[in-house]
Design a protein around this ligand. Structure first.
Ligand code: G6P
Length: 370
């Protein structure tokens, strides 16, 4: 087993490091710069169908649901179609409003999650066409989707806490958003080419995130001693805050909450004291000045601010005890990068605490029962 870890102490660590390769594999053969378009092998997306779409409903659980929240922003921005993101376990237990003009997108690493599979069946029964983004070829969800599946090609993910599956899902959603944008006439070939050129730079940018691993050890030490940790993000970084918090609680058993930065004053601010680490995603998003305001509010209450900021943003960095930097990627691609330090943070906190990183208590890699 040690050999399979390629010298890494845990599978999760190996899988974090594999992300540049995994994302390059997701993109390979699908993004054509020459044509300014995307080819999705195995997906049926006729132009008339894409143009007539009224709405997209994304269904997923856990980390895949966080990917869906990020995907909403990508699809709404690039393809100009309204997107709803539903927890599959909620969607399946009501009478959802779905029609033939709705496209259902299921996101699932394993392709076997019972709630997500049930949600797909319900959407299909109400006339929607179902697509999926899955990692496992031949899985139940991919077989159920009549519209086809975009396989993420992340390779087997052994660690229960999902890492490379998440970033490759984001990459798949971005490809799908560009494809839908082209089909619906929301993106010119030239614009699509720009988006795809940026996507091709992601693996290299991910390498620069991985190189910062050692810099976050002071944050990991502080968080390992904490009872609660708060993660804040705004806009495209809100799903990253949710995912960062989920990673930490899953493997270190520390209570962690991801919050939309603008909601801090509506609750979590009450928890902030000298013991409280707050991890802020403060890259240059729309309204990011307000996130800087959140950092100041945390500091004023004695909280410990750790931040992920845009490269060169010395002002944002000066508001944090430790700041990690993200290269100048377009905002829609920043989540693929900013999640990496949060994955490392969860990993190192768990490792410091000596918990079972790859097999956390009570959790399963794939929840196939209800
Ligand atoms: C479990 C796993 C998570 C995963 C979720 C959804 O809770 O521990 O890592 O995000 O299921 O799984 P799926 O295979 O559908 O993406």
């Amino acid at each position: 087993v040690a050999a399979e870890k390629d010298g890494h102490k845990h599978f999760m660590h190996k899988e974090i490091w594999e992300q540049p390769r995994a994302v390059a594999d997701t993109i390979r053969g699908r993004a054509s710069l020459e044509q300014g378009d995307v080819t999705l092998d195995g997906m049926e997306l006729p132009e008339d169908y894409a143009k007539g779409l009224e709405r997209i409903v994304i269904v997923a659980c856990g980390t895949s649901w966080h990917a869906g929240l990020s995907g909403r922003l990508m699809i709404e921005t690039l393809a100009r179609v309204p997107v709803e993101v539903e927890l599959a376990s909620e969607f399946r237990n009501r009478d959802p409003l779905v029609s033939e003009k709705v496209m259902c997108i299921a996101i699932s690493q394993s392709g076997e999650t019972a709630d997500t599979l049930a949600a797909v069946k319900i959407a299909k029964a109400r006339g929607a066409k179902a697509f999926s983004i899955c990692n496992v070829v031949g899985s139940a969800i991919s077989r159920e989707c009549d519209g086809g599946t975009l396989f993420t090609r992340a390779g087997p993910e052994i660690g229960v806490a999902s890492t490379k599956a998440f970033t490759t899902q984001l990459c798949g959603l971005y490809l799908l958003a560009v494809k839908l944008g082209r089909l619906r006439g929301a993106l010119t070939a030239e614009k699509a080419r720009e988006h795809l050129e940026a996507l091709r730079l992601v693996p290299g940018w991910m390498e620069s995130m991985i190189r910062q691993e050692a810099a976050l050890m002071p944050i990991a030490k502080r968080c390992a001693a904490a009872r609660d940790v708060l993660f804040l993000g705004r806009g495209g970084q809100f799903p990253v805050a949710l995912e960062g918090a989920l990673k930490l609680k899953e493997i270190s058993y520390i209570h962690a909450e991801g919050y939309a930065a603008g909601e801090m004053k509506h609750g979590p601010i009450a928890l902030i004291d000298e013991q409280m680490p707050v991890v802020v995603l403060a890259t240059r998003e729309p309204a990011y000045e307000k996130t800087l305001g959140n950092m100041e509010e945390v500091r004023a209450r004695g909280g410990h601010v750790f931040a992920v900021v845009s490269e060169g943003d010395t002002h944002a960095a000066s508001l944090a005890e430790v700041a990690l930097t993200v290269p100048p990627a377009p905002p829609l691609l920043v989540p693929l990068l900013s999640i990496i330090p949060l994955q490392f943070l969860a990993y190192h906190v768990a490792d410091l605490k000596g918990t079972d990183v790859d097999q956390p208590r009570n959790l399963a890699k794939s929840v196939t029962v209800e």
